[in-house]
Write a protein that binds this ligand. Structure first.
Ligand SMILES: [Zn+2]
Length: 243
């Protein structure tokens, strides 16, 4: 079987759609006020071919074109694109390997979600806005050890997320807070991952106000969590227009 670098260019050309989707997801982070300067990154995966498209490292969003998106294999080897991939690539790759149902990953340092991550606190399901998107608290990882930080840090960040989701469904809770760092979000597409990042920030802000106004607030009941989550998700979803 030829490796990806030996594929004819016309083959890689079919990634144009994914490159546009990934660029659009990155620009959405800017539009939603979730990133400052060049912070943040979005990626998407072509599962069929085992290739990931990700934002290049440290390039101004305003200057980005679809052709600037970097294509790598699942080992992080660049197979298309003249720029270096985002420095968080190894975390994205690990999430794609561990969570086979996802098609897009987004990382931001959005203010309120990052504040919860820095405090090392999960975001409780305080209300129905949260329950519409996250079936339970948005979890926080354990802190990375000194060895993990000094070693393959970006990869180890992915491992910490994966460990935290050992008993969680990543599609039912499409976000995590990395302790002392910031959130990662994902979705079935890059667009959905960016959407989840925006919702997470809103939910994090509301949760901050809620926890401030009422310490020890216990949040939504299981009945309300179920009612709202399953209204939008699963076989009996009724939200939106009938298809
Ligand atoms: Zn970061």
């Amino acid at each position: 079987m030829p490796n990806a670098t030996q594929q004819p260019l016309s083959d890689l050309g079919t990634l144009d759609t994914l490159k546009r989707q990934v660029l659009e997801a990155n620009l959405e982070l800017v539009r939603q006020g979730l990133v400052l300067f060049t912070f943040g990154n979005a990626s998407g995966i072509d599962r069929h071919r085992g290739l990931v498209v990700i934002k290049p490292s440290g390039v101004d969003y305003a200057a980005l074109a679809p052709s600037d998106m970097v294509v790598t294999d699942m080992d992080g080897k660049v197979v298309d694109g003249g720029l270096r991939p985002s420095s968080d690539l190894a975390t994205h790759l690990l999430l794609y390997k561990e969570f086979p149902g996802i098609g897009g990953v987004v990382h931001t340092h959005s203010e309120y979600a990052t504040a919860w991550a820095q405090a090392g606190r999960e975001i409780p399901a305080f209300g129905t806005t949260h329950a519409d998107y996250f079936y339970g608290p948005v979890p926080v990882t354990e802190e990375l050890t000194q060895e993990e930080i000094g070693g393959d840090y970006v990869h180890n960040t992915g491992l910490a997320i994966s460990r935290r989701f050992r008993d969680l469904d990543p599609l039912a809770v499409p976000a995590v807070l990395v302790a002392g760092h910031a959130p990662f979000c994902w979705g079935k597409t890059p667009h959905e991952a960016a959407h989840h990042a925006a919702v997470l920030e809103t939910v994090a802000r509301m949760a901050y106000y809620t926890a401030t106004l009422r310490q020890g607030c216990s949040g939504v009941s299981q009945a309300l969590l179920d009612r709202h989550y399953f209204r939008k998700h699963g076989a009996n979803a009724t939200y939106g227009q009938e298809k």
